[in-house]
Design a protein around this ligand. Structure first.
Ligand code: HEC
Ligand code: HEC
Length: 391
C-alpha cells in the first residue's frame, strides 16, 4: 500500500493530539511481525480521518500552497525516514522519566509535547526565546523539541549548535519560500515572524558545537525500525543484517533519544571504506569530480561567514543535503554555490563524503579569523543585507 502523505510528517502526528490518541490506541494492538494489512489500514485511515477534522481549521491559504507544490520525499528510506506503519510494542515508558545528571523529570507525553519540549539542563544554555521553547501561533512548534535544547538535534532533523545566525536566517527564509523542501520546516516557517526567526537564529548560533556522534565502519548493523517520531531505533531481539549501501544512525541509548536528552548522542554506522573514500573527495576534490570543501566551508569545515559549518554534523543529514542540492529541491540564493560541487557526485560518493565529514571533530565558525580582508561575519552579513536592499 502506498504510504499516505501524512505518514511523512512530523507535525501532522504531533499537532493532531486527538489523532495521536486514536493512533496509540489502535497501534497498541499490533505486534511485529504478525500484523495484518487490513488492521494497519484501519489505524492509518482512522488517523487521517481525525486529522482531517483538525486540519479543517487551518486557513485555506496553507492548503493552496501545498497543492501547488509537486515535491515528494525521495525514496531512500535510510536517509529520508518514514515512520513504520506497524510499530513494535517495546517499552511504554509509563510514569516520570529521568536522564542521567538531571534532577528533572517529565512524562513521555510531556516530552513529546512539541510546544513545551523538555529542558533537562537549563543551566547549560542562555534562556530560550519564547519561539524556541514554545513556538508561536499558526503552527510554529518549539524549535527545541526537534533540535533539542542543545541545538544538536537528531539525525532526522538538523544540528544548529553554533551555526552562524545569518546562515540559519537564510535557511528559514528558504524554507518559507519553498526554495528548500522538508515538510516539517516548510510548515514551521509558514507563519514564523521575522522577529521570532531572528531570535531563534541568534540563540542557536550562540550554542556550543559538540561531538554528537561517532562514525563506525561496519559490514552489519542491528535490525531497526522508524518510530512515531521518525527516530530510527534498534528492533530488540531481531538480530542484525548487512548494512549494504546505507548509513544507519542510531541513538547510543534509545531511551535517551526518546527523552530528547541533549547528552545522549548517536552512532552512525557506515559501510567499510567510506571514511577514506570520502576524505579523498573532501580534501582533494576527487580528481576534479568535485571541489575541495575547505575553500568555502573553512579550513576545518567549521563554516566561513555565511557558508555553514558541516564538520561533525550527522552523516545522514549531510547526505540528505547533498542529495537535495543535486536534485534541485534545495536552490536558495546561496545554493547555487553547491550546484557545481554535487553535479557529478553519485549517491555512493555522497554517502562516503557524508561519512567522512560527519566523523570530523565539530568546529565553530572560523570567519572571524579567516574571512578575506579580515572582515568579521557580522560585517559580511551587514554587507550582504545592504546588497539585498539595493536589489
Ligand atoms: C517538528 C520538528 C521540527 C521543529 C519543531 C523545528 N524543526 Fe527545524 N528542522 C526539522 C527537520 C526535520 C529539519 C531537516 C530538514 C532536512 O533534512 O533538510 C530541520 C532543519 C532546520 C534548519 C536547517 C539547518 C541547516 O543546517 O541548514 C534550520 C535552520 C531549522 N530547522 C530551524 C528551526 C527553527 C528556528 C525552529 C523553530 C521555529 C525549528 N527549526 C523547528 C524539524 C523541526
Ligand atoms: C564554492 C563554495 C562551496 C564549496 C566548494 C562547497 N560548498 Fe558546501 N555550501 C556552500 C554554500 C554557500 C552553502 C549554503 C547553501 C545555502 O545557503 O543553501 C553550502 C552548504 C552545504 C551543505 C548544507 C549544510 C547544512 O547545514 O544544511 C553541505 C552538506 C555542504 N555544503 C557540503 C559540502 C561539501 C561536502 C563540499 C566539498 C565536497 C562542499 N560543500 C563544497 C558553498 C560551498
Amino acid at each position: 500500500m502506498k504510504i499516505p502523505k501524512s505518514e511523512n510528517r512530523f507535525d501532522s502526528y504531533n499537532s493532531c493530539k486527538r489523532a495521536r490518541k486514536t493512533e496509540e490506541q489502535t497501534l497498541g494492538n499490533f505486534i511485529l511481525p504478525n500484523s495484518n494489512g487490513r488492521r494497519e489500514s484501519v489505524a492509518i485511515f482512522g488517523r487521517i480521518f481525525v486529522c482531517t477534522l483538525v486540519l479543517a481549521f487551518i486557513p485555506l491559504v496553507k492548503i493552496a500552497a501545498q497543492s501547488a507544490q509537486q515535491w515528494k520525499l525521495p525514496d531512500i528510506p535510510w536517509a529520508f525516514p518514514i515512520r513504520d506503519k506497524v510499530q513494535p510494542v517495546i517499552d511504554e515508558r509509563k510514569g516520570p522519566q529521568h536522564v542521567p545528571g538531571s534532577a528533572k523529570s517529565y512524562t513521555q507525553d510531556q516530552i513529546d509535547d512539541l510546544q513545551n519540549p523538555p529542558d533537562w539542563f537549563p543551566d547549560e544554555h542562555a534562556p530560550m526565546p519564547k519561539v524556541v521553547a514554545h513556538g508561536a501561533d499558526g503552527g510554529v512548534l518549539g524549535c527545541a523539541s526537534c533540535h533539542l535544547a542543545s541545538g544538536l538535534g537528531h539525525p532526522e532533523s538538523a544540528n544548529l549548535a553554533g551555526v552562524s545566525a545569518a546562515y540559519i536566517l537564510r535557511q528559514l527564509a528558504d524554507f518559507k519560500a519553498k526554495n528548500r523542501m522538508g515538510e516539517a520546516m516548510n510548515d514551521m516557517t509558514e507563519n514564523l515572524s521575522d522577529e521570532d526567526a531572528r531570535q531563534a537564529s541568534e540563540w542557536f548560533a550562540a550554542l556550543k558545537p559538540n561531538v554528537w556522534q561517532t562514525v563506525v565502519e561496519t559490514d552489519r548493523v542491528p535490525k531497526t525500525f522508524i518510530n512515531m517520531h521518525l527516530m530510527r531505533m534498534p528492533l530488540p531481539g531481531a538480530g542484525d543484517e548487512p548494512i549494504g549501501k546505507r548509513i544507519i544512525e542510531l541513538p547510543q541509548d534509545p531511551a535517551g533519544a526518546e527523552s530528547r536528552d541533549p547528552h545522549s548522542g548517536f552512532v552512525a554506522y557506515v559501510p567499510k571504506g567510506s571514511i577514506a573514500k570520502g576524505k579523498e573527495f573532501v580534501t582533494t576534490g576527487g580528481n576534479g569530480k568535485t571541489i575541495q570543501c575547505a575553500i568555502c566551508h573553512g579550513p576545518s569545515l567549521g563554516g566561513l561567514a555565511e557558508v555553514p559549518a558541516i564538520a561533525g554534523h550527522s552523516p545522514m543529514y549531510l547526505f540528505r543535503q547533498l542529495y537535495y542540492f543535486k536534485d534541485g529541491s534545495r536552490h536558495g540564493s546561496m545554493g547555487a554555490l553547491m550546484k557545481g560541487v554535487v553535479a557529478q557526485m553519485t549517491q555512493d560518493d555522497m554517502l562516503a563524503i557524508a561519512s567522512y565529514v560527519g566523523s570530523l571533530p565539530p568546529a565553530s565558525e572560523e570567519s572571524f579569523l579567516t574571512a578575506p580582508g579580515g572582515q568579521t561575519s557580522a560585517s559580511l552579513v551587514a554587507e550582504a543585507n545592504k546588497q539585498k536592499a539595493v536589489k
